[in-house]
Design a protein around this ligand. Structure first.
Ligand SMILES: [Zn+2]
Length: 336
């Protein structure tokens, strides 16, 4: 079985964006504020939005199941206030649940959290619990920077985040560390802000004792871990200089990397540096980079091709495509 741990509903019907647009307009003019019931999307529209995109690519690329969440760049936690974010998150999560109900063999849900700058993360716990217990979701996307590129929240290792971690541990669900759009002109969203955040989260985990406090807490750092694999020696050396334990002991029971790296040399490096038990197959299709690489003639985000080129032995293939995902997302087994 081939499980893609990283997919977003980037092709949702236009009604979802219209709902969002009126929600944003409603921040200035309450008369335009939409009721959640105003968001009407039919099952056929959902089918149509997926058949020519994610489902087509699953078939063409030979993958089976995608761990599926709302479009990350649209989470935009910096817009509006706590209520804006809660209503938007619920609308997006409910739509993911409908996708998973229509195609239970192809998708399993991961939720967007209703975060907001300056609002305690404990306030996101109720929506996480609803998504896991009522909608059958198996994890969440956690935005370490709800301000959208200004980094106004404490580091992920700060006690600020602990109440949400307590809920994650109670529910036995991991979080993918995933920022959203950037409203800082210095940082292109998918080209810089995403990769910066991946790298930043790893360095935060390295400097504190978060995983002593939460030995079973699990994070997936997407996009191949940002700059981390390339600079593994730097992080090992920094840990050593700071008299921290070796990286393997410090973070590798709790931190995992996906394979959303869009060329073979990058994937080769990832597998050379990061232990096989810490790598989960992911593609982020249809997502950040949608084109075809003229050098290979294949989609950049067809990451299974790069993994196939590594010619892993059967045991390692099984880990990366299935076994590691089942360990990191224990609730996944209820869906297989
Ligand atoms: Zn993503």
């Amino acid at each position: 079985m081939i499980i893609d741990c990283h997919g977003h509903y980037t092709t949702a019907p236009a009604e979802l964006q219209k709902y969002r647009d009126s929600q944003i307009a409603g921040l200035k003019d309450p008369a335009q504020r939409p009721e959640p019931a105003n968001l009407r999307i039919s099952d056929d529209q959902i089918r149509e939005s997926l058949e020519g995109a994610q489902l087509k690519f699953q078939r063409e690329r030979g993958t089976d199941l995608t761990i599926f969440s709302p479009r990350a760049s649209a989470m935009a936690h910096h817009i509006g206030n706590e209520v804006t974010s809660l209503n938007w998150s619920r609308a997006c999560n409910d739509l993911i649940q409908r996708v998973c109900a229509l195609y239970p063999a192809n998708f399993v849900g991961v939720c967007q959290l209703p975060q907001s700058p300056g609002v305690p993360p404990s306030n996101s716990a109720a929506e996480l619990e609803r998504c896991v217990r009522e909608l059958g979701f198996i994890g969440c996307n956690l935005n370490p920077d709800p301000s959208g590129g200004h980094w106004t929240s404490p580091p992920l290792t700060d006690r600020h985040w602990y109440p949400l971690y307590e809920k994650m541990v109670e529910l036995d669900v991991p979080a993918m560390v995933h920022v959203s759009s950037s409203c800082n002109a210095n940082f292109h969203a998918t080209g810089a802000h995403y990769i910066n955040a991946d790298t930043t989260a790893f360095m935060q985990f390295l400097t504190a004792d978060l995983f002593k406090d939460f030995p079973t807490l699990r994070f997936i750092i997407p996009h191949g871990g940002g700059a981390v694999p390339y600079h593994w020696g730097r992080y090992r050396g920094l840990a050593q200089d700071m008299k921290r334990p070796p990286l393997a002991e410090l973070v590798l029971n709790n931190v995992f990397f996906d394979t959303c790296v869009y060329h073979l040399p990058g994937i080769e490096l990832l597998f050379k540096v990061v232990p096989i038990d810490n790598i989960l197959f992911g593609s982020e299709m249809v997502g950040a980079v949608r084109g075809i690489d003229p050098q290979s003639g294949h989609y950049y985000d067809d990451t299974k091709r790069y993994l196939d080129a590594l010619q892993l032995n059967d045991a390692n293939r099984r880990k990366v495509f299935e076994g590691n995902a089942l360990r990191v997302y224990p609730r996944l087994k209820n869906h297989l």
